[in-house]
Design a protein around this ligand. Structure first.
Ligand code: ZN
Length: 171
């Protein structure tokens, strides 16, 4: 297992649509293990493969950050099949350091995907779990939470982030 580097906003991989996982092979299992380790080490409660520079549709989520094994979710080809309600709360991202902003998300979602045994699983998420699910699935579509902010907020963030990152980027 290895901790991988987390890409920061401005890297083109974070803006790309990730590709469907066709086969659960050793390489994918290794990626999943590394992602879990990287997420726990950060520490964070969710990670998507593009954040560690891998363009496959794989996400890891763990609200307990390694405390409860039952909380760990590792899913390939995750798809939100139902959404309900709305909740506005602060959100952050390991790829957008030091920035937290309020984002509206569904209060409840149903997530479908394939686990590492190749079985299809369905997960119901509420509140924070629903938020993390939406956030990570967004990553697979090349979207960061900052893309969901108002133009005014984006402008303010652009200035903040320009100082925080060495290279320019598009928000
Ligand atoms: Zn993120």
């Amino acid at each position: 297992m290895a901790v991988r580097d987390i890409l920061i906003i401005g890297h083109p991989m974070l803006a790309k649509k990730a590709e469907k996982v066709e086969k659960i092979d050793d390489g994918l299992i290794q990626l999943a293990r590394d992602m879990v380790e990287t997420m726990h080490k950060a520490p964070g409660i969710g990670l998507a493969a593009p954040q560690v520079n891998d363009g496959r549709r794989l996400i890891t989520i763990d609200l307990s950050v390694g405390e409860k094994e039952a909380d760990l979710i590792v899913l390939a080809n995750p798809e939100i099949v139902a959404r309900d309600g709305e909740a506005v709360s602060e959100e952050g991202c390991l790829s957008v350091p030091d920035i937290r902003e309020k984002v509206a998300r569904p209060y409840r979602v149903t997530l479908k995907g394939v686990n590492l045994d190749g079985r299809e699983v369905v997960i119901e998420g509420e509140d924070l779990l629903a938020r993390v699910i939406c956030h990570e699935v967004d990553h697979l579509d090349g979207k960061l939470f900052t893309d969901r902010l108002s133009p005014l907020k984006k402008n303010l963030l652009r200035k903040k982030l320009k100082k925080a990152t060495e290279t320019g980027f598009k928000l």
